[in-house]
Design a protein around this ligand. Structure first.
Ligand SMILES: NC(=O)c1ccc[n+]([C@@H]2O[C@H](COP(=O)([O-])OP(=O)(O)OC[C@H]3O[C@@H](n4cnc5c(N)ncnc54)[C@H](O)[C@@H]3O)[C@@H](O)[C@H]2O)c1
Length: 504
């Protein structure tokens, strides 16, 4: 088990360049006190043993095993539990699987009681988050919940009520905040270098491997994921909320399914399609689950238990989410966000422009410059595994650039320190905050730790955008009635920027 590289990466997602560093730049990783020798480890259960669970399992059997202990699994699929139970066995140096107690979702309360669970880590599909948070808290556990907090208004209300009624702790794992490039942009804004923020332009491009993935499995049904404006964009809307230290108040959205799906395929003259990618040759849209050992074990070998297909063809019927989305958001203090998300781009990355009264900041990130296809017409999931390596793309090299330009000055490049771990170097730093935050030496000047209020605020934009897509009207976030954060919330103060300085 490596110390700093939790195995979390979805094989279809690009590996961010900054995540390959073994040593983070100075100031990127906060300082923590040593663990007191007499302190018992907290007892963790994982609810949802799919791909994302891997990061927490690796953390609790590796770098953070001194503060937390994995004590139980909860998932309807025994095959995926087997996969992680075997992994834990290996990490503990056992001859076979760890044999941790396992439960199906209806046994959540029994699991918490019987295994004396302190914290439930929720890495199940999005639509199940609200119920699991609510039941876990009422059964006496704290929760760590993956984004998005939930998918709809009722989910927000249910979670808010549970936190208010129980006073339990909710940690929202917004890992993008911890990516050094995103943290550095927050520092720039909070420093006042570009003055008061007046508008933000944010464009995110998902490529035909990673973006396509949302159209292959449960995300393709809006009832499961809230669509990409909730499932994916909650990361992005959280970043803007946090960069600005402000609340979204009015949302207008436009978008549609214009590329994936059977109707679009037929309109473009695409012939008959297979039902799934595994076994299909020469098709760059096909995901063959046998091409990656983790995909094969977690999904192909486990589908006999629940029929969950991880590799559905992206041009089959039944998709109810959008692949092209544009959103206009007004913020309480007056700034406007113009946002777009495209899920079928030939490269992956994002561009952010922040306009202020003293100038502008521009962040450009290329996570994957192009999608490589091998001689057989199949997508290369891990270009580093190709003999001779992957060719460097001169025009669109992977990396990140942050430029600040003040009025009447030349543009200046702002250095972005190295990170560690996946997701732009954010995951490994996030995990330290998740598992050892009570040992933190001093406050985080960036206010990266997130809680209930941040989670609600992030999905509020996507939920309002979904309503706007349906009605064709702008939606006031207050009209959604998501309710205020309850007691026990540990979110960052919306009015405070980095260092406690108001972001103006
Ligand atoms: N922060 C990030 O960057 C990031 C990255 C990937 C995934 N995620 C989040 O993690 C979550 C899981 O995503 P994934 O890609 O691992 O999905 P996945 O499909 O690989 O895994 C989901 C798991 O949940 C299980 N499940 C289904 N119903 C359940 C229930 N009622 N209770 C408990 N488990 C149940 C499934 O059997 C499956 O094992 C999602 O909410 C996703 O948004 C976050």
């Amino acid at each position: 088990m490596t110390q700093h590289s939790p195995v979390d990466q979805n094989p279809t997602a690009p590996q961010p360049a900054s995540s390959t560093s073994a040593h983070a730049g100075s100031g990127v990783v906060p300082d923590f006190a040593p663990v007191p020798t007499d302190r018992p480890r907290r007892r963790y259960a994982v609810a949802g043993t799919g791909h994302r669970a891997g990061m927490y399992v690796a953390a609790l059997t590796g770098e953070h095993a001194d503060v937390g202990e994995l004590v139980a699994w909860l998932d309807p699929n025994p095959g995926r539990i087997d996969f992680y139970d075997a992994q834990v066995g290996r990490a503990l140096g056992l001859d076979g699987p760890a044999g941790l107690p396992r439960y199906t979702p209806d046994g959540l309360e029994a699991m918490i009681a019987e295994q004396s669970v302190d914290v439930v880590v929720i890495t199940s599909l999005d639509r199940t988050h609200a119920e699991l948070v609510d039941r876990a808290m009422r059964a006496g556990a704290d929760v760590v919940v993956e984004k998005p907090l939930t998918t709809d208004v009722e989910g927000c209300r249910r979670i808010t009520r549970a936190v208010g009624d129980t006073g339990r702790d909710l940690v929202m794992t917004f890992n993008y905040r911890y990516a050094p490039r995103n943290s550095t942009l927050r520092q720039v804004i909070a420093s006042g270098a570009i003055g008061e923020v007046t508008s933000v332009h944010f464009e995110w491009a998902l490529d035909t491997v990673h973006g396509a993935d949302y159209f292959r499995r449960w995300h393709r049904d809006k009832a499961n994921s809230g669509g990409l404006l909730v499932h994916k964009s909650s990361h992005h809307f959280d970043l803007v909320n946090w960069w600005l230290g402000d609340d979204p108040v009015r949302v207008y959205a436009s978008g549609a399914l214009r590329f994936y799906g059977d109707t679009n395929a037929a309109d473009r003259g695409l012939g008959p399609r297979p039902e799934r990618g595994t076994g299909v040759e020469g098709d760059p849209f096909a995901l063959d689950l046998r091409s990656d050992p983790r995909l094969e074990a977690l999904y192909l070998a486990s589908e006999q238990h629940d029929g969950y297909l991880r590799d559905r063809d992206v041009f089959t019927p039944g998709i109810t989410i959008e692949d092209n989305m544009s959103v206009l958001v007004d913020y309480r203090r007056g700034a406007t966000l113009t946002y777009s998300l495209n899920a079928h781009a030939p490269w992956e990355g994002y561009r952010v422009t922040v306009n202020g009264t003293h100038g502008r900041a521009e962040l450009e990130v290329v996570e994957r410059g192009f999608v490589e296809v091998d001689a057989d017409g199949k997508v290369v999931l891990d270009p580093s595994a190709v003999p001779g390596g992957s060719p460097v793309d001169d025009l669109r090299p992977e990396g990140d650039t942050l430029v600040v330009q003040r009025h009447w000055h030349r543009a200046e490049r702002v250095p972005i320190p190295d990170g560690i771990g996946g997701h732009g170097g954010g995951d490994a730093i996030l995990l330290k905050d998740v598992f050892r935050r009570d040992l933190r030496l001093g406050d985080d000047p960036l206010g990266r730790a997130a809680g209930l209020r941040d989670g609600v605020r992030a999905v509020s934009v996507g939920i309002a955008a979904n309503r706007s897509l349906t009605t064709g009207q702008a939606v006031l976030v207050d009209d959604l009635g998501l309710t205020d954060a309850g007691d026990g919330d540990r979110s960052t103060d919306a009015t405070a920027g980095a260092g406690g300085t108001p972001v103006r």
